[in-house]
Design a protein around this ligand. Structure first.
Ligand code: PEP
Ligand code: CO
Length: 446
């Protein structure tokens, strides 16, 4: 892997998809320069630790749980929101670990998930056309010219929001909150009355019993008191990602220090594009989304470019076919990539191939489609003898109504009740626990 990272202008010269048009280039340069001086949010050594964990995923020894909002917003950087999201992720992880009997690598889709690819540069409402919302690091969600014009001051705002989020997450996961003996307390309020919540309660009681037994025989392992938790986001906005890339003093190589794991989106994975060129140089564990249009040859070529040393743990393919396409599309991809000897972890994103607009005008997904895609993913890997390495879900710690179905049976009319996502619909808390129980069952039969 080359260690000479091209400069920002060189990356733009290659041609970068999904970038905003900033009206004031001087202000961009000033803010990028400030960002370059800010301390790292994560350490290179932590990225290496995660890479080792992802290598275990690629060998079939662990399962990845990656989750969080489609798009974080600055307004949602509150103690309440972050802790709720983390709590559900911890609950999901414990379900997968206990009911699925497999070690779980926990990866938040948070503390940096502020840039979004869009299908169109502009958005028109009632005859008014403005730049599309590209995530809080670029512009504001309000449909006004002031909010929608890309503002480079937001680069620092995104850094600060990410720092605040990650600081809270780090305090939570090491400061006793993630202690397994707290397993009951993560199950609060409305969730308790749902059937997934009751199932969780029963499982937590079993875990308590096991912990009591371990305590009685004198086992007091550190592993019970804290969890390893890492951060991830789509590294989309080149100004931000490039400014947050630093040369590691130990290895003399570039790392993206804005998150432990970063991925390339479905719309920016062009082999000769700026994103692949950037990702090729950084040393982090990385992901690349693969939709139904990706051929096995595309995937093999991406792997050769992104991971020329074929290092285990370095590359994760995150497939997002859609429930209707996965059973026909995935087998050839996995088979050929495996036959080519490519070291990769396979992760299922059952969200982005299953989005549609409800009759009531909301961007939504059916819980059943999400589950059907994960089931297809497991079935295909089982048939090929490869390891279904994990899931990437868009979820939140609140009882929003953005996805249809699940035990609460949210219907199209019910979406209006509490729809808060600024981009894609997220599983709510009960739906997230339900998904975890269903995936745990799939894991037991692998
Ligand atoms: C996403 O993960 O929010 C996303 C935009 O996904 P994709 O690149 O797969 O469309
Ligand atoms: Co999304």
């Amino acid at each position: 892997m080359s260690s000479t990272l091209p400069d920002l202008a060189a990356l733009h010269a290659i041609g970068a998809a999904q970038q905003p048009t900033y009206p004031d280039q001087e202000a961009v340069a000033a803010n990028v320069a400030r960002l370059r001086r800010m301390p790292p949010l994560v350490f290179a050594g932590e990225c290496d630790d995660l890479k080792a964990k992802m290598a275990a995923v690629s060998r079939g020894e662990s399962f990845l749980l990656q989750g969080g909002d489609c798009a974080e917003t600055f307004e949602e950087v509150t103690a309440d929101n972050v802790s709720k999201k983390l709590r559900v992720l911890l609950q999901m992880a414990v379900i997968l670990t206990y009911a699925g009997s497999v070690p779980v690598v926990k990866l938040g889709r948070l503390a940096g998930q502020y840039a979004k690819p869009r299908s169109s540069d502009m958005e028109t409402r009632d005859g008014v056309t403005l730049p599309a919302y590209r995530g809080d690091v670029v512009n504001g969600f309000d449909f006004t010219p002031e909010a929608r014009i890309p503002d480079p001051h937001r680069l620092l705002d995104a850094y600060n929001a990410s720092a605040a989020t990650l600081n809270l997450v780090r305090a939570f996961v090491t400061g006793g909150y993630a202690d397994l003996r707290q397993v009951h307390t993560w199950n609060t309020d409305f969730v308790k009355s749902s059937s997934a919540g009751q199932r969780y309660e029963a499982m937590a009681a079993e875990i308590d019993k096991a912990l009591g037994f371990m305590g009685a025989i004198g086992v007091d392992a550190e592993e019970l008191k804290r969890v390893d938790f890492h951060s991830s986001h789509e590294a989309l906005l080149l100004e931000y990602e490039h400014a947050m890339t630093r040369i590691d003093s130990r290895t003399d190589k570039p790392y993206n220090v804005s998150g432990h794991f970063v991925w390339i989106g479905e719309r920016t994975r062009q082999l000769d594009g700026a994103h692949v060129e950037y990702f090729r140089h950084i040393q982090n564990p990385i992901g690349c989304k693969l939709g139904p249009s990706a051929s096995a040859d595309d995937a093999i070529a991406l792997a050769a470019r992104l991971n020329p040393d074929n290092e285990a743990g370095r590359l994760t393919f995150i497939t997002r076919f859609g429930a209707g396409k996965i059973r026909e599309g995935l087998p050839e991809l996995v088979e050929k990539v495996t036959a080519a000897g490519v070291q990769v972890a396979w992760v299922c994103d059952p969200m982005h191939g299953n989005t549609f607009e409800s009759s009531t005008g909301y961007k939504t997904r059916r819980f059943d489609d999400v589950i059907e895609e994960v089931q297809g993913f497991f079935d295909v890997h089982r048939a090929l003898g490869t390891w279904p390495g994990g899931v990437l879900v868009e979820m939140t710690g609140d009882d929003v109504t953005e996805c249809i179905g699940g035990g609460e049976e949210i219907d199209e009319a019910g979406l209006a009740h509490r729809y808060e996502s600024v981009v894609d619909p997220r599983l709510n808390r009960v739906q997230s626990l339900e998904l975890a129980f269903l995936v745990a069952e799939m894991l037991r039969t692998v």
